[in-house]
Structures are given as structure tokens and as C-alpha cells.
Design a protein around this ligand. Structure first.
Ligand code: BTN
Length: 334
């Protein structure tokens, strides 16, 4: 099943009426009279509301009452109260999808999808960096964001770095934690991976047509189960789950805060505020200053991580400065 921001208007009318009158019971007949929808349709909508994880209490003779909201990242829940101008104004939610990234790439070229986000409850073939699989069970936040950027192609390598900073910023605002970034753009808590970022871009004659930003966040996942599954995969260094750090920030609120941070940092890229973006990233970096080992297409690099340059490349010192644009990193414990 999938849902989008312009879902069945009748359904959304019933849901928002129940939301705004959640202290009282409303009979099917009252709902039908006020909303001018047939009783049969009201019943059908209530059934769907329950199926989507909202808790509806019903009492004979009194009717229905919305007792609590859903945990699902449903489009209308995200757009309600969202503070962005463009990002997340269109949301597509899928119960089951191979990969939000693959789906978003298919939709990315259409101008109406600029800023759209694709979310899945679970993914059967989630994509990670360097063609790895990304295990995506229920409980995580798996989403891809389509961006038709205004900025120049020369700024594109900063985009993943900036996105990682926006994600950290959103975590700091929502939870009592100090997340770090592990180069290039893993987000970690106490040295364990809480989120990963994947960027696919479509370029045409030296211009960016669109970017798809894929973000996988271990929001409320079973750490033991994921660690068991992934412990023998390359570059695995442990899993963290965000919800462990504070129980009452919902996934919806967290996504709304992240989208706002992301929109703001994209504005910084538009204004070519390279120094500020690099400074923000560096202040949260767990990589800079550490001895590292990198596996790159050109072979292994070992040395001390000095800084990132204006392209987001890592500068590693081993007798001389070596510039690494992409690769797998391990922090070496001396
Ligand atoms: C990484 O390897 O660290 C990046 C992982 C990115 C995973 C996300 S989950 C949502 C989106 N859809 C995908 O298939 N992958 C990205």
C-alpha cells in the first residue's frame, strides 16, 4: 500500500475532524451529517484509520474517539506543522518498497517532485554506499529526498557533508545527545552508527539536474537483531538506536525538524558559505585528529586525518598530505 499527501479527501476530512475533537465521542451519524459523507463511507474511513495504527476507541451509542496517533510517517502527519518552504511538501509513503532511493530516482526528473520525499516502513533491497545493502527493518526512518538544486555543480561534493551536519543538528535539537560525524557522512552516537547518507545525482552537460538524498536512520530499531545480521559485513562498527536516548520525540517530529535543518543548510550551499559548512562538519567530526586507515579505489591509505578541504575530501598526513575523495574508513586505535 502507498499513500501520498493528496490522499482521499474524504478520509483526511474524517481523520482531521476526529483529531480536532479527540476529547469527545462522535457518532457515525454525527460525522456523516457534519462532514456530508455517507455512513458507509465513514465506516470505511474509520476502518482505514485503525489499520494505519491510530487508536480509535468506540463506545456503543456514543460513537468514536481518537485516543492516540500513529507511529507511521504518513504524508499528512509530516506536512501538518512542517516549517519548510519546499522540502517535504509532497510526501509519498510506502508500507513496503525495494528501496526509497530507487523509487525517488525514478521520480526525480519531474519538476513537480522538487522537494518531494519518499518514505518506506521497510525496504526489501535498501541501498547503502559503495553498492552495499542497507538492512531496513520496521522501526527505522528510511527516506529519500528529491532536490532540484539552485547551486552550481562545483558545490555538489559538499552536499553530503552538509546533509550529515543537518542530520546531527536535528538530533541535537530533538534528543539529549551529542552525535558525531564519521567521514564522509556516517552519523554516530558513542562511536556506533545511528544513520547513513547516500547521494545519487543526475548531471547533464555540467549542470545538476537533480539530487536524490537517501537517509537511513536507526530510529527505534532492535540493536541486537541488526548487529547480529551485520556483524560480519565489511566496515561494521556497531549500531545505535536514537529512540533509546529520549522516549517522547516522535519520528514525525524528528523528520520535520531534520527537513527544516536540511532546507537551511541547502540555503548555505546556495550562498556558497563553504567555510561555515566545513566548520559545522568539523566541529562534530570524530575523524579529524585520529589515525585512520582508508580503503580507496587506488589502494590503502594510512595516516593522520588532518581536515576536510573545500570539496569535502579528507586530507590525511603520512609524510606528506594525501587527498582522499572517497573510500571506507577505519579509525585506528593506537
Ligand atoms: C550508508 O551506506 O551509510 C548509506 C545508507 C543509506 C540508506 C538509505 S535508507 C533510505 C534510502 N533508500 C535506500 O535504499 N538507501 C537510503
Amino acid at each position: 500500500m502507498s499513500y501520498n499527501s493528496n490522499d482521499d479527501p474524504g478520509f483526511l476530512k474524517v481523520l482531521s475532524f476526529l483529531e480536532s475533537h479527540n476529547t469527545e465521542y462522535l457518532s457515525g451519524q454525527d460525522l456523516s451529517d457534519v462532514l456530508r459523507i455517507s455512513r458507509v463511507a465513514i465506516w470505511k474511513h474509520i476502518k482505514k484509520i485503525k489499520e494505519l495504527g491510530y487508536k480509535i476507541e468506540s463506545k456503543q451509542k456514543l460513537g468514536y474517539r481518537l485516543a492516540s496517533t500513529t507511529n507511521l510517517l504518513l504524508p499528512w502527519e509530516i506536512t501538518q506543522g512542517l516549517k519548510t518552504k519546499n522540502i517535504g511538501r509532497q510526501v509519498y509513503f510506502f508500507e513496503n518498497l525495494n528501496s526509497t532511493q530507487i523509487q525517488a530516482i525514478k521520480m526525480a526528473s519531474e519538476s513537480k517532485n522538487n522537494g518531494a520525499i519518499i518514505i518506506a516502513k521497510k525496504q526489501s533491497s535498501g541501498k547503502g554506499r559503495t553498492n552495499r545493502k542497507w538492512y531496513s527493518p520496521e522501526g527505522g526512518i528510511w527516506l529519500s529526498i528529491i532536490v532540484h538544486p539552485k547551486f552550481d555543480i562545483s558545490m555538489i561534493t559538499l552536499f553530503p557533508i552538509a546533509s550529515a551536519s543537518a542530520l546531527c543538528q536535528a538530533m541535537e535539537k530533538s534528543f539529549d545527545i551529542k552525535p558525531e560525524v564519521k567521514w564522509p557522512n556516517d552519523v554516530t552516537i558513542n562511536g556506533k552508527k545511528v544513520a547513513g547518507i547516500l547521494v545519487d545525482a543526475s548531471l547533464e552537460s555540467n549542470k545538476i539536474e537533480n539530487i536524490v538524498l537517501g537517509v537511513g536512520i536507526n530510529f527505534d530499531v532492535n540493536i541486537k537483531e541488526i548487529e547480529k545480521k551485520l556483524k560480519n559485513t565489511p566496515n561494521f562498527y556497531g549500531i545505535a538506536s536514537l529512540k533509546k536516548y529520549q522516549k517522547n520525540t516522535s519520528a514525525v517530529t524528528f523528520v520535520q525538524i531534520f527537513l527544516k535543518e536540511l532546507e537551511e543548510i541547502i540555503e548555505l550551499i546556495n550562498k556558497k558559505q563553504v567555510k561555515k559548512i566545513i566548520k559545522d562538519w568539523t566541529k562534530r567530526s570524530s575523524t579529524i585528529g585520529k589515525n585512520v586507515e582508508l580503503t580507496t579505489n587506488e589502494g590503502k591509505v594510512r595516516g593522520k586525518a588532518i581536515k576536510i578541504d573545500e570539496d569535502g575530501a579528507l586530507i590525511v598526513f603520512d609524510k606528506k598530505n594525501i587527498r582522499v575523495l572517497s573510500g571506507d574508513i577505519t579509525h585506528v586505535v593506537d
